[in-house]
Ligand binder design. Sequence first.
Ligand code: DX5
Ligand code: ZN
Length: 219
Amino acid sequence: MKPLIAPSILAADFANLQAEVELLNRSEADWIHVDIMDGRFVPNISFGFPVMEAINRYAQKPLDVHLMIVEPEQYIERFRAAGADSITVHAEATNHLHRAIQQIKASGAKASVAINPHTPVLLLEDIIADVDMVLVMSVNPGFGGQKFIENTYRKIETLKSLIHARNSRALIEVDGGVNEQNAPLLLASGADVLVAGSFVFSSDDPLQTIAELKKASSK
Ligand code: DX5
Ligand code: ZN
């Protein structure tokens, strides 16, 4: 199966956001990945609702919103209203993950949980059947352009087994340091969705780079 490709708008030129979103509209990207950072859960601040709404005004593809914020429960409905099609909360950012997942579903968005590089996959044992997706961080969240963590392959394999064992339909999304070199092995390990920021937007031809990622296969 072809992977789903979700370029991260974090690596785009914010001074030309409309053009960048329109480029993604024309591309083979499946989703637009939107990184929200609060300066508390992660040591960086990205942007909030006004920018998210501006992206939504031009986007013709689903917005895959990755919340790297503490107390995500407080903002789920507002992100949904701002155009989120799927909402990802970090397992490390809430004491009540089950409640947060139900809240996302009630908002009408797809519900997803993210885990940091140090967080064991088995923490998800009792939530895996309830989520539409798991986002596996392959760098420490907070910044684009970081080096891919090799242990990610093993985590994806463990997660895939857990998904099968629990009859879950969750997709596996990988986020951080994804490029054309690690994409085939990520897919072979069981990944379904590839997020790519700097690899796409720092390339000479982002449309071509997205097309290459889309063609990546596990073979
Ligand atoms: C990191 C973000 C990622 C980031 C990916 O905290 O969650 O989505 O934008 O960027 P690259 O592909 O450059 O690692
Ligand atoms: Zn992200």
